[in-house]
Design a binder for this molecule. Structure first.
Ligand code: 5RP
Length: 222
C-alpha cells in the first residue's frame, strides 16, 4: 500500500471509531494536514448526523465549509468530544511531534479542549524516540533570534522556516538534530522560553487513541 492509501485507511478507521457516537448537537475538533484532509473528505457524507466542527487551521476550516460542514469558533463551543488529527511522529506513549504543517498552536488548543484525541497516522510516523522529525516551535517574530539562541543552548540546531507565517501571524523555527528523551519535560522547558508561543511536542496532552496504518491493517493503540 502507498503512504496515501495507509492515510486513507486510518481516516476510514477514525470515521468508524466516532460514527455511532455522533449526535445532532455534536461538534468535532478537526486537525490539519493530508491525513486530516482525508478524514474531512470522508466526514462529508455524515454531515447531517452532527452539528459541525472546530478547525485547527484556516485550511481545514475552508475544506470543512467546502463540504457543507459548519465551522464554529472554539470560544463558542467549550469542549469537543473528539479531536481527530495526524502527527509527524508518535511514540508508544502516544506522545507526538506535530506542526509539520505549521498549525501546532491551534492544534494544541483544540486538543486541550477535547475529551478524546484520536491520532491518525500511517505507520512511518511511529518511532521509538521522538526527534528525527525536526521539532517545530512557533515564535513571536521579534523573538526569533533570541529563541533560536536559547534552542542552541538546549542542544538543537534551529532553522527558520522561511516564508511561512502561521494562522496566528507568527513564525516557525524547526529544531534539527534534537532527539528527545523526556517529551513531557522538554515540552514544558521549551514553552518557558520567552517568545515561544507553542512547541510541537504533544506530550503533556498526548493522544488517547492511535489509529496506525500498517500493511497488516489498521492497528489501534491506547
Ligand atoms: C500539521 C500537523 C499534521 O498533523 C502533521 O504535519 C501530519 O501531517 P500529514 O497528515 O500531512 O502527514 O501537525 O501542523
Amino acid at each position: 500500500m502507498t503512504q496515501d492509501e495507509l492515510k486513507d485507511a486510518v481516516a476510514a478507521a477514525a470515521i468508524a471509531e466516532i460514527e455511532s457516537r455522533l449526535e445532532r448537537d455534536t461538534i468535532l475538533g478537526i486537525g490539519t494536514g493530508s491525513t486530516a484532509n482525508l478524514f474531512i473528505d470522508r466526514l462529508a457524507r455524515l454531515r447531517h448526523h452532527f452539528q459541525g466542527a472546530v478547525a485547527s487551521s484556516e485550511a481545514s476550516a475552508e475544506r470543512l465549509r467546502g463540504h457543507g460542514i459548519e465551522v464554529f469558533e472554539l470560544n463558542s463551543v467549550g469542549t469537543v468530544p473528539f479531536y481527530i488529527d495526524g502527527a509527524d511522529e508518535v511514540n508508544a506513549h502516544l506522545h507526538m511531534i506535530k506542526g509539520g504543517g505549521a498549525a501546532l498552536t491551534r492544534e494544541k488548543i483544540v486538543a486541550a479542549c477535547a475529551e478524546r484525541f484520536i491520532c491518525i497516522a500511517d505507520g512511518s510516523k511511529k518511532v521509538e524516540r521522538l526527534g528525527a522529525f525536526p521539532l517545530p516551535v512557533e515564535v513571536i517574530p521579534m523573538a526569533r533570534s533570541y529563541v533560536a539562541r536559547e534552542l542552541v543552548k538546549l542542544g538543537a540546531d534551529p532553522v527558520y522556516r522561511e516564508g511561512v507565517v502561521t494562522d496566528n501571524g507568527n513564525q516557525i523555527i524547526d529544531c534539527y538534530d534534537f532527539m528527545i528523551d523526556d517529551p513531557v519535560a522538554m515540552e514544558a522547558r521549551l514553552n518557558a522560553i520567552v517568545g515561544v508561543v507553542t512547541n510541537g511536542l504533544f506530550a503533556a496532552r498526548g493522544a488517547d487513541v492511535l489509529l496506525l496504518g500498517t500493511e497488516r491493517g489498521v492497528e489501534r493503540l491506547t
